[in-house]
Design a protein around this ligand. Structure first.
Ligand code: ADP
Length: 540
């Protein structure tokens, strides 16, 4: 199937495909060829505003910007020359054109990864660890520029974007350390002439498909442990945010990770997905994204019986009990609801508040939300950027419309922001019921729906009344209750008196339809390892 976002752009000389370079004072882009003459360079320059030009200038001097895929260590165009536009969601401006790749490029990336696997897996764990550590150092050395790139293509506030670089790089650092701890076992033998061993070996080539909401961290969370275990990877980042992935891949090469170990393709998602799924050389699919696509990938993996880990949508309840410390509950709920403009799978999707504290919480929460500054992520003091695209805004609008039609009330916001584009007002709505669409689906936007409950039992029932099971939060000062409710919640992650729970040292993942497998921590390593049992016989 043709990729609707692909456009022919073979007439553009290579240097013009990354518009950031054009906005930079140094180096100047070469003069356009005859074929590309006339309007191209000035046209592109006009598409980038002054602020983005300044950012672009800093980024292009960093030397890690690429607008091509990476196959076998070579920066590569789509074979048919098609490209996709990458836009700044805050302004709509085109930042770059990247290749719209498909089946053929993906197959070549798989072959490269397969060939590289033979040598990468044979390096000592210490050697792989050193290279990963170097990659971590480079990511951290370029924290500011990578953060700017994330803000430019994803829209999140710069401070949050730089925070993502530290968080994302943390997975590489942690994996570098864990690489040295992939221990096997010796099992006491039931027979005197035998010895039984368990070896842990890398799975093989990994297909890593990632979303746009954390353009760096969702990649490092998969690629770090994969490489540490001795696997090689074909990454397919979101077409909305490929530049950060490409920059990270460049830094992996600079860190001494050999060509072919990390490959990046992007473009026609279903074609790339199909190539990864159908290849018997790909032994593992790791995916973060929507539940619908995750189910397709899980079904598609059956044909070649691949190992699969899926981190899918959530529907996080955030339960505030009467006995909560109000300040702690407000701070935690704000953090989990509005991080990344509400566009994370662990964002609070339903805020369940006990009746005794409901009005007080609603007032204080709305006041805090009212003070949040919305704007371009590069703006001073901005804490909420735009939503990723128009479809995201329309989804938020339709969920709010449905809730209002069924009796919910808008306390704050509830409409597009006067800044236009895909900016949306931070919103609080009350009188929400668990049956409304806004409680059934993942909002993925800056909307806080408040639901009232009477008893602990009711709260647990409401919280578990969903097919999702990724993250849940509860706020209480009662220690017994915190244990009781944590254990009763059907979720993979529970935050008690805390709204920000993600870290590279802890296992991240969901139950029910929120996914399978865990990422981060020592448990995340197992996703990239096969267990081999070796029986040594005839020893006496
Ligand atoms: P979101 O709505 O968060 O973008 P998606 O599940 O649509 O979530 O996308 C997550 C990632 O999955 C992106 O990289 C996207 O391009 C990719 N993707 C979407 N459809 C497919 C598919 N059929 N096969 C493989 N990857 C896909």
């Amino acid at each position: 199937m043709a990729c609707f976002r692909c456009v022919f752009s073979t007439r553009f000389p290579q240097s013009h495909r990354l518009f950031l370079h054009l906005a930079s004072p140094l180096p100047r882009a070469p003069a356009p060829t005859a074929a590309a003459a006339a309007p191209q360079p000035p046209f592109f320059i006009r598409q980038i505003n002054m602020q983005a030009q300044n950012v672009a200038a800093r980024l292009s001097s960093s030397g890690f910007l690429h607008a091509q895929g990476l196959v076998g260590g070579k920066w590569t165009d789509a074979y048919d020359g098609k490209t996709i536009e990458v836009r700044n969601p805050a302004t709509g401006e085109v930042i770059a054109n990247v290749p719209c790749m498909g089946r053929n490029e993906t197959n070549d990336a798989i072959t490269s990864a397969y060939d590289a696997f033979n040598s990468w897996k044979k390096l000592t764990a210490a050697d792989r660890s050193k290279r990963l550590r170097k990659w971590y150092d480079l990511l951290m050395a370029h924290k500011e520029e990578l953060g700017q790139l994330i803000t430019l293509e994803q829209g999140k506030p710069l401070k949050e974007a730089i925070g993502e670089v530290g968080y994302g790089a943390g997975f590489i650092e942690f994996s570098a350390e864990e690489a040295k701890r992939v221990y096997g076992d010796i099992i006491p033998s039931p027979l005197p002439d035998r010895r039984l061993f368990v070896l842990k070996q890398p799975v093989g080539v990994v297909g890593a498909i990632t979303p746009w909401n954390f353009p760096l961290a969702m990649i490092t969370r998969k690629v770090g442990p994969a490489l540490a275990c001795g696997c090689t990877v074909v990454i397919k980042p979101s077409e909305l945010t490929p530049l950060t992935a490409l920059a990270a891949a460049e830094l992996s090469l600079q860190a001494g990770i050999p060509p072919g170990v990390v490959n990046v393709v992007m473009g026609n998602a279903s074609e790339i997905g199909e190539a990864l799924l159908s290849s018997p050389k790909v032994r593992k699919i790791t995916f973060t994204g929507s539940t619908a696509v995750g189910k397709k990938l899980m079904a598609g993996s059956a044909g070649t019986v691949k190992k699969v880990s899926l981190e899918l949508g959530g529907n996080a309840p955030c339960i505030v009990f009467d006995d909560a410390d109000l300040e702690v509950a407000l701070k935690g709920t704000l953090a989990t609801k509005f991080r990344n403009s509400g566009q994370t799978c662990v964002c609070a999707n339903r805020i369940l508040v006990q009746e005794g504290i409901y009005d007080k919480f609603a007032d204080a929460f709305s006041t805090a939300v009212q003070n949040m500054k919305v704007g371009n992520g590069f703006g001073e003091d901005v804490v909420q950027g735009p939503l990723i695209n128009e479809a995201a805004v329309q989804k938020v609008e339709s969920l709010i419309k449905d809730a209002i039609s069924k009796g919910a009330k808008v306390i704050l916001g509830g409409k597009r922001h006067s800044l236009g584009m895909t900016f949306y007002e931070p919103t609080v709505i009350s009188d929400v019921k668990n049956e409304m669409l806004i409680s059934r689906e993942e909002v993925f936007g800056p909307v806080a729906p408040l639901l009232k409950f009477k008893t602990e039992e009711e709260a647990i029932h409401m919280a578990n009344d969903t097919n999702a099971g990724l993250a849940a939060y509860l706020f209480t000062t009662n220690v017994q209750r915190s244990w009781r409710v944590s254990e009763a919640l059907e979720y993979g992650i529970v935050g008690v008196n805390e709204g920000i729970v993600s870290t590279e040292v802890a296992p991240f993942g969901g139950v029910k339809q929120s996914g399978v497998g865990r990422e981060g921590s020592k448990y995340g390593m197992d996703e990239y390892l096969e267990i081999k049992y070796v029986c040594l016989g005839n020893l006496s």
